[in-house]
Design a protein around this ligand. Structure first.
Ligand code: EPU
Length: 373
């Protein structure tokens, strides 16, 4: 089993470039299934989920060369529309290939991803839209088997719940469709804007209208392009929290502070000193950490992907804090691990009450979900 050994008790100092975003790269990579021509993606973080997506795309007919953080994506002659369980089960973003496969081939067979460490994570929202736009979807032996029956020229669809992945999947599915698609109650995460910017650079016609509404005018074909993926806002937030936690002083580079306004506001409230430039952030952590109540919410709210990290910081506050997790039903696996290090946290439903004044002591711990780990 892999392990990481951490010698504690240090303050963070120095400067670091933030990587490209995993969660922007994954849908952009999936969307390349729409495109036969060469695509070059830069600033892609080479983490496990990206390599899994690369494997998945290669089984579907793509040829991908990785050189540091640059991916060159071309198409083989033999294309497939069958996404195997082995690849999709380890990474839920695998379901993102169903949209482009249907748009390109009118048929797809994609494994259902199953549950994961942070919740059941169903895909009903992805499939509901596909049914309403004219695809027949059946669940057969753990796979979603979809095919075109009667595609509609004009679709106006309202998501019954905000979902990042479903918004991305459906934008991709609609990009090559005949006619216009209007999606309402969409997620507005920056990674979705990055996907839209990428697709528009290839010749797609997608734009955000007011109020979580996206309009997609289908185009018959899309072109080759080069694109640089946005920074990873969760990695940026994690470093900022780590500096605040250790009374450190750091500079993070290759970021856009406007995108993480909520996180910056919260860290300032907690007591950190922060200064901003157009593409860098400096932070100095202070000894006194103020308690705060935080609720996770879809963007522009506080991200669920930083919930565990901010919880660690609030363990050090002078008084009790509360966190309400509103996105995933099981994203408190880290609580028991933090308590093993001396934290005083209890949960009730989707709320965690965090006692302040913790002095953490090193312990053997289990790494659960990526962000919490
Ligand atoms: N949901 C449904 N039905 C669906 C889809 C989602 O009920 O068809 C529910 C989910 O179960 C969840 C909520 O809607 O309770 C929101 O899920 P969403 O679809 O927005 O999440 P996702 O697309 O599966 C992405 C990120 C997650 C991040 C969430 C929320 C990627 C690859 N993953 O997941 O990132 O937590 O949005 O912001 O973009 C991570 O990077 O560690 C991570 C988990």
């Amino acid at each position: 089993m892999k392990k990481i050994v951490i010698q504690g008790g240090y303050k963070l100092h120095g400067s670091i470039n933030i990587s490209g975003s995993k969660n922007a790269s994954l849908p952009i990579l999936a969307s390349t299934l729409l495109i036969d021509k060469k695509i070059i993606l830069e600033n892609v973080p080479i983490v496990k989920d990206i390599l899994t997506m690369v494997n998945l795309l290669e089984t579907l007919g793509k040829k991908i060369k990785i050189k540091k953080n640059k991916l060159e994506i071309t198409s083989k002659n033999k294309k497939k529309y069958f996404a195997k369980y082995d690849l999709v089960k380890t990474m839920r973003a695998g379901i993102l290939v169903i949209g482009p496969l249907l748009a390109k081939f009118n048929s797809a067979k994609v494994s259902l991803p199953g549950g994961c460490a942070i919740g059941a994570r169903p895909v009903d929202l992805h499939l509901d839209f596909l049914s309403k736009s004219g695809y027949d979807n059946k669940i057969l032996k753990g796979y979603v088997v979809s095919k075109k029956i009667n595609l509609k020229d004009k679709i106006c669809y309202t998501f019954k719940k905000i979902s990042v992945g479903a918004t991305e999947n459906l934008i991709i599915a609609a990009s090559l469709a005949k006619g216009t698609t209007i999606l309402k109650n969409c997620a507005t995460e920056p990674e979705i804007k990055d996907l839209i910017d990428f697709l528009n650079k290839t010749g797609c016609k997608i734009n955000y209208q007011s109020n979580r509404t996206i309009k997609i005018i289908g185009v018959p074909k899309i072109n080759e392009t080069n694109y640089t993926v946005m920074f990873d806002r969760i990695e940026a937030g994690t470093y900022l929290i780590a500096a605040a936690l250790t009374e450190g002083k750091i500079k993070i580079k290759n970021v856009d502070p406007k995108i993480i306004k909520t996180e910056i506001k919260i860290l300032r409230k907690i007591g950190a000193k922060i200064s901003l430039k157009s593409n860098e952030i400096r932070i100095t952590g202070k000894k006194k950490i103020k308690n705060l109540n935080i609720k996770t919410a879809p963007y522009p709210g506080f991200p669920t992907d930083l919930q565990a990290q901010i919880m660690v910081l609030l363990c050090k506050a002078q008084k009790k804090s509360e966190i309400q997790e509103n996105i995933f039903e099981n994203r408190f696996m880290h609580v028991a691990e933090l308590n093993r290090m001396g934290a005083k946290i209890y949960t009730k439903g989707n709320k965690a009450v965090i006692g302040g004044g913790t002095t953490f002591l090193g312990a053997e711990l289990m790494a659960t979900d990526l962000r919490a780990s």
